[in-house]
Ligand binder design. Structure first.
Ligand SMILES: [Zn+2]
Length: 84
């Protein structure tokens, strides 16, 4: 059975197939990885959810990241790299 996760953008619980896990590396860079250790946040593979996660500080809060602004700025880069 596919695991279910809650999206930090729309708060909907969905199968992980439809989502991306965003992690904060030790070097302070965000990356998309389902396997990375440590704290991660799940977001639907949609622009709407990435925008919601980035615009309201939800991603930084979910990752307990500091400084908040730097993490928020990186999410659009991650989104572009994923290219859904
Ligand atoms: Zn979502």
């Amino acid at each position: 059975m596919t695991p279910m996760r809650s999206c930090i953008g729309c708060r909907t619980v969905k199968p992980v197939d439809a989502m991306v896990r965003i992690c904060l590396n030790e070097d302070g860079r965000l990356r998309a990885s389902a396997e990375s250790q440590g704290r991660g946040a799940w977001i639907c593979k949609t622009e709407v959810c990435f925008k919601a996660a980035s615009s309201k500080g939800r991603l930084a809060r979910a990752l307990k990241a500091e400084p908040l602004l730097e993490v928020q700025n990186q999410i659009s880069t991650v989104y572009e790299e994923l290219g859904f």
